[in-house]
Ligand binder design. Structure first.
Ligand code: OMP
Length: 234
């Protein structure tokens, strides 16, 4: 039995069912060799869409119950991967508490500007004067999330937080990657630069807790070694 909250444990079970969380040997974008990999793109089946959107919505709802001053009007999903996440997350927020969350809207950007019809680059709720949460799958270098932040600024919205599925809690890569120097993660840098919370359904510590009983002894050992080697300073 793990000590994780029920919604995290349920999401981890869904990850395993979708094959979205794997233990093994994976080369990351950063060229690091990781003993695990999370692939959010695999949550396309109806039951899995339901589990991932419930987990996003529960993470937001827990943040609101822990900190009642944390409020948001719009869940913004950057094109393309954020689009279904934003739409399905607001649906699940209404399921959790329609009184509290029934007025929350979703919104997303077009990749190609539209110059006819209603025009504009935003589909869904206008962002002007609204408090916005960005939902995305993972943050690696932070480039895509900074683009989304710029869109929100340009549209006159106020960014109040970011929510992703997995925070790998690892320091930003450098030429001498295992030089033993503590550095922040790309997520830590975004938190500091914009002064907003970056929430995640799961972090590496949760995955390690889960792996205690669900992965082999060898896989578990490799996870601990990886965390030790690349742990971010915040
Ligand atoms: P974008 O969706 O373009 O930001 O890319 C996300 C990147 O993160 C992709 O290159 C993925 O292969 C990568 N990634 C994961 O999706 N999951 C992980 O657990 C780790 C990575 C990674 O390469 O760091």
């Amino acid at each position: 039995m793990s000590n994780l909250p029920a919604y995290k444990a349920a999401f981890l079970d869904a990850c395993v069912s979708a094959d979205a969380l794997k233990f093994g040997t994976f080369t990351l974008k950063s060229k690091r060799i990781s003993p695990y990999f999370f692939n959010a793109g695999l949550f396309h089946r109806a039951d899995l869409v339901r589990s991932i959107s419930s987990a996003y919505a529960q993470t937001l709802a827990s943040q609101v119950s822990e900190n009642p001053s944390f409020e948001f009007d719009v869940v913004f999903g950057p094109a393309y991967k954020g689009i279904p996440l934003a739409a399905t997350t607001v649906d699940k927020l209404a399921d959790i508490d329609v009184k509290k969350f029934g007025n929350v809207s979703y919104s997303f950007n077009r990749k190609e500007a539209k110059d006819h019809g209603e025009g504009g680059n935003i589909v869904g709720a206008p962002l002007k004067g609204k408090k916005i949460i960005i939902v995305d799958d993972v943050i690696t270098a932070g480039t895509a999330i900074r683009e989304a932040i710029d869109i929100i600024k340009k549209e006159g919205g106020t960014l109040v937080g970011i929510l992703i599925a997995v925070d790998r809690q690892e320091k930003t890569p450098s030429a001498t990657d295992d030089d033993g120097t503590p550095r922040p993660s790309a997520i830590g840098e975004v938190r500091k630069q914009y002064g907003i919370p970056v929430l995640s359904i799961l972090c590496l510590d949760d995955i390690i807790e889960f792996a205690k009983s669900k992965a082999s002894e060898e896989e578990f050992k490799k996870l601990l070694e990886y965390r030790e080697k690349y742990r971010a300073s915040d």
